[in-house]
Design a protein around this ligand. Structure first.
Ligand SMILES: Cc1cc2nc3c(=O)[nH]c(=O)nc-3n(C[C@H](O)[C@H](O)[C@H](O)COP(=O)(O)OP(=O)(O)OC[C@H]3O[C@@H](n4cnc5c(N)ncnc54)[C@H](O)[C@@H]3O)c2cc1C
Length: 395
C-alpha cells in the first residue's frame, strides 16, 4: 500500500464536461496541484456538455439565488474568452412567455426583483407585433425580456476551459475511465484501468454518471433527445432568424414547456421540451439508447410546435439523444455529502447547468480550499437530502 504522503495531486477532478473542466481551470488558476480525469475524449457526445448551443440567462426562474451564480459565470466566461481568443457567450437576449402567474414568468420576475436584474415586460400584443413567430400568443400571456441573456457555444467552452486549466498547470488524462474512488485515511485513492492516483481530495463532476461513482445520491439520469426544426418556408424565412426568434422559454400549461432559439451561428432552429416531471425517461447512463424513435422522441414536442409555432415544420430536421441528471427539487448538488473533507461533488444539473459551469467551477474550487464562497450555496448543498447527508456515516 502506498503512503498517502506520495500524493499525485492535491485535488483530482473526475469528469471533464463543462463543470469538471471549469473546476479544473479555477483550481489551476489558484496554483493548486490538480489532475483531471475523463473517461472519453474532449468534446465527446455521450454526456451533457456537447453540441452547438446552450441558453444563458441571468434572471433564472429556477431559483432567485442562481442570479449571483449566473453573474459570476458571465464574468468568468468573459475571462475565459480572453484566455482562449474564442467567442463563447453571445448576449442575444431571451424572451420568457407565459401567463403572469406561471412558474417561468413569475420565477424570472422574482429573480430579477431580488437581485436588480433589468427586465422588460411586454404585453401579448407587443410580443405578437415584435416577433412574427409568436402570432399564437394569447391575450392573457406576457413576455419578459432579459437583455443580458443569450447563448453559449458548449464545445468551444469546454475546450477553452481545459486548455486554460492545462496552461495554468493542471494535468489531464483523457480516455481514462475511473473505476474506483476510495476514501482512505488522509486522502483519496482514484483507480483507472492504467493507473492509481492518490490525492488529498477528489471532486466528482461525472454528470449522469455521478451516482455510479458516489452511490446513494438523489440523482436520476434521464435520456433527453434534442431536436432541430426548419421553417415551412425554408431556410431563407427571416422570421426564424435569431434576431426575430430569439432564445426563449415558453410555459404552455402545467407539465409542458418549451425552450429554444432561432437560427444562429450556422445552427438551425432548436427547440426542446422542458424538464417537466415525466417528460423524459430515466436511463442507466451506460445503457442509454442512442437510437432515435420518432413516436417516443418527438410526438409531444411536434404537437406543441404545430400549435404554438405553426410556421415551423413540426417534423425535426435533425435529432440527437443526450443525457442529463435530475434531482428531486431540480436544483444542483454542489458540496460535501456527509461533510466529508475528502469528497466534493458537482452534479444533478437538472437541465439548467451549462450557463453556470464557470461559476460552479469557481464555487467548487473555493469549497475545496476552504475559501468563503462567493454566493449562498445552501440551496445546492447535497446534505439537504437525507440520503446524501448519511453517506459518510455509511462509508
Ligand atoms: C439537450 C440539452 C440541452 C441543454 N440546454 C441547456 C441550456 O440551454 N442551458 C443550460 O444552462 N444548460 C443546458 N443543459 C444542461 C447542461 O448542458 C448541463 O447542465 C451541463 O452540460 C452539465 O455538465 P456536467 O459537466 O455536469 O456533465 P457532463 O457534460 O455529462 O460531464 C460529465 C463527464 O464525466 C465523465 N465521466 C463520467 N463517468 C466517468 C468516469 N467513471 N471516469 C471518468 N470520467 C467520467 C463523462 O464522460 C463526462 O464527460 C442542457 C442539457 C442537454 C442534454
Amino acid at each position: 500500500m502506498r503512503s498517502m504522503k506520495d500524493f499525485d495531486a492535491d485535488v483530482i477532478v473526475i469528469g471533464l464536461g463543462a463543470w469538471g473542466s471549469s473546476t479544473l481551470w479555477r483550481l489551476a488558476e489558484r496554483g493548486v496541484r490538480c489532475i483531471g480525469i475523463e473517461r472519453y475524449g474532449i468534446n465527446h457526445a455521450f454526456g451533457s456538455s456537447h453540441g452547438y448551443s446552450r441558453l444563458f440567462r441571468i434572471a433564472c426562474q429556477e431559483h432567485p439565488d442562481l442570479v449571483p451564480l449566473a453573474r459570476r459565470s458571465r464574468d468568468l466566461w468573459r475571462e475565459l474568452e480572453d484566455r482562449s481568443s474564442e467567442e463563447l457567450l453571445f448576449e442575444t437576449g431571451l424572451l420568457t412567455v407565459g401567463k403572469p402567474e406561471s412558474d417561468m414568468v413569475s420565477g424570472a420576475i422574482a429573480a430579477g426583483e431580488k437581485f436588480g436584474v433589468e427586465l422588460e415586460q411586454f404585453s401579448a400584443e407587443e410580443v405578437r407585433a415584435k416577433y412574427p413567430a409568436y402570432a399564437t400568443v394569447a391575450d392573457d400571456e406576457v413576455g419578459i425580456w432579459d437583455a443580458a441573456a443569450g447563448m453559449l457555444r458548449p464545445d468551444a467552452a469546454v475546450r477553452s476551459a481545459n486548455e486554460a486549466a492545462i496552461a495554468a498547470g493542471a494535468q489531464t488524462f483523457f480516455d481514462s475511465k475511473v473505476t474506483g474512488v476510495e476514501l482512505v485515511d488522509g486522502g483519496v485513492v482514484v483507480t483507472t484501468a492504467g493507473r492509481i492516483f492518490a490525492a488529498r481530495q477528489v471532486i466528482v463532476t461525472a454528470g449522469p454518471w455521478l451516482g455510479k461513482l458516489v452511490p446513494g445520491l438523489p440523482v436520476t439520469p434521464l435520456r433527453t433527445p434534442m431536436q432541430w426544426f426548419e421553417s415551412r418556408l425554408g431556410e431563407s424565412d427571416p422570421s426564424f432568424e435569431i434576431d426575430q426568434f430569439p432564445a426563449f422559454m415558453r410555459r404552455i400549461e402545467n407539465g409542458v414547456s418549451l425552450w429554444g432559439h432561432g437560427r444562429a451561428f450556422g445552427e438551425p432552429v432548436k427547440i426542446g421540451l422542458g424538464i417537466d416531471k415525466g417528460a423524459f425517461d430515466p436511463t442507466d447512463p451506460d445503457e442509454c439508447d442512442r437510437g432515435i424513435n420518432p413516436a417516443r422522441d418527438w410526438t409531444v414536442l411536434s404537437r406543441s410546435i404545430e400549435q404554438l409555432f405553426p410556421g415551423l415544420d413540426p417534423v425535426p430536421s435533425m435529432s440527437r439523444p443526450c443525457m442529463i441528471a435530475v434531482t428531486p427539487d431540480d436544483q444542483f448538488l454542489i458540496g460535501r455529502p456527509g461533510n466529508d473533507p475528502r469528497l466534493l461533488i458537482g452534479g444533478g444539473c437538472s437541465g439548467h447547468g451549462f450557463k453556470h459551469a464557470t461559476g460552479i467551477g469557481e464555487l467548487l474550487a473555493q469549497m475545496s480550499l476552504g475559501e468563503e464562497p462567493f454566493m449562498n450555496a445552501d440551496f445546492v448543498d447535497p446534505n439537504r437530502f437525507d440520503s446524501a447527508s448519511q453517506l459518510r456515516k455509511a462509508s
